[in-house]
Design a protein around this ligand. Structure first.
Ligand SMILES: [Zn+2]
Ligand SMILES: [Zn+2]
Length: 97
């Protein structure tokens, strides 16, 4: 029998993760989902890894350094809300949130 791991979230490492970041960045045209500025900052996990969020394009979003900082350490509530709004306006692939 195949021991079925209790849902192990998809995690990528090294080059695989780099490639995923690249895919997400291209999808978002390198623009921050919240303020729209062009950025090379690494993407944000919509559902954090600590909460079982996966390394998938659906769970990653391009954010600039400033918005990324706000969403984690600054006006967290406000920025999470802004991000949710941005995601709703995006042509949906699966109802994430
Ligand atoms: Zn931004
Ligand atoms: Zn983040």
């Amino acid at each position: 029998m195949n021991p079925q791991p209790k849902h192990t979230p998809k995690r990528l490492k090294g080059k695989a993760y780099k490639d995923l970041q690249d895919t997400v960045w291209r999808r978002d045209y390198g623009h921050c989902a919240i303020c729209g500025v062009w950025t090379l900052a690494p993407p944000h996990h919509i559902t954090p890894r600590s909460q079982g969020g996966e390394d998938t394009a659906e769970n990653l979003i391009t954010l600039c350094h400033a918005c990324h900082h706000e969403i984690h350490h600054g006006r967290v509530k406000k920025y999470r809300k802004l991000l949710r709004q941005a995601l709703q306006g995006r042509p949906s692939r699966g109802a994430g949130l």
